[in-house]
Ligand binder design. Structure first.
Ligand code: ZN
Length: 253
């Protein structure tokens, strides 16, 4: 499997998902891996879930996938709760069961691991915002490479053999300016890469975000993909979801 697309945090945004999947094809990826939060926030949870299922790919569970399947929204804020309540009403039993059966982490061949939040305690849904947050995770990362999502903010954390945890930021300029940034994975360093969010980016760039991992060249490319934000916003308002969820798509935060 030479080129693998890694997508995360779709959150029912079908417009963004379709734009990203078109880009995945153009990138000649032969496989897709999904890091969870397929549903919640946007207007097409059913369609996004069916789309991901049809790919028959590796998927791990996100916190929204878990909460919607358990009908237990108590750990969410008011807006997320409203969205999850509506989302649950859209899904049938088979779809809810599929979400509830997802695993928290998976090893994808011998190449890399995937998790929604972090490997130290996946069920706690920790938010890894900086290198300090990533330290506990690296204690549990046994593969050279792990992909995650959850914060909706693309980031690259590194860990040397003597356990120096840092953040690699050199790719950010290219990503924001040119919509793509490629970097090569170095031997002897462990990488914990946040691939950003397809359906609700929060790094003040409103374009959808995902990553391509080329296993032959050992390069990772973080990509931004424009999509029809207005159509996604209109769909959110049309089904009566909170206005704020439409606004934040344009703001990218
Ligand atoms: Zn999310």
């Amino acid at each position: 499997m030479p080129r693998i697309a890694i997508i995360s945090d779709i959150h029912g945004n079908l417009h963004a998902l379709c734009a990203v999947m078109e880009d995945v094809q153009a990138e000649m990826c032969s496989e897709v891996v999904c890091l969870g939060d397929v549903v919640g926030y946007c207007a097409y949870p059913r369609e996004c879930l069916d789309y991901i299922r049809s790919l028959n790919c590796h998927v791990v569970k996100g916190n929204h996938d878990e909460e919607v399947a358990r009908e237990d929204f108590c750990r969410m804020n008011a807006v997320a709760r409203a969205a999850l309540k509506w989302t649950r009403e859209q899904l049938d039993e088979d779809q809810l069961n599929w979400l509830s059966r997802l695993q928290y982490q998976r090893v994808v061949s011998s190449l890399f691991t995937i998790v929604h939040s972090s490997l130290d305690f996946p069920k706690a849904w920790n938010y890894i915002f900086n290198a300090n947050d990533a330290k506990a995770h690296f204690m549990r990362q046994f593969s050279p490479l792990c992909f995650h999502g959850h914060t909706h903010d693309p980031k690259v954390f590194t860990c040397t053999r003597d356990y120096q945890v840092g953040e690699y930021v050199d790719f950010l300029g290219d990503m924001y300016e040119h919509g793509r940034a490629e970097f090569r994975l170095e031997e002897g360093i462990k990488y914990f890469i946040n691939v950003g969010s397809v359906g609700q980016p929060r790094d003040r760039d409103n374009r959808a975000c995902y990553a391509v991992y080329d296993t032959d060249t050992r390069t990772v490319t973080i990509k931004r993909v424009p999509y029809d934000i207005e159509a996604a916003q209109q769909a959110i308002l049309a089904v009566g979801l909170p206005e704020y969820l439409a606004e934040r798509l344009a703001n990218g935060c």
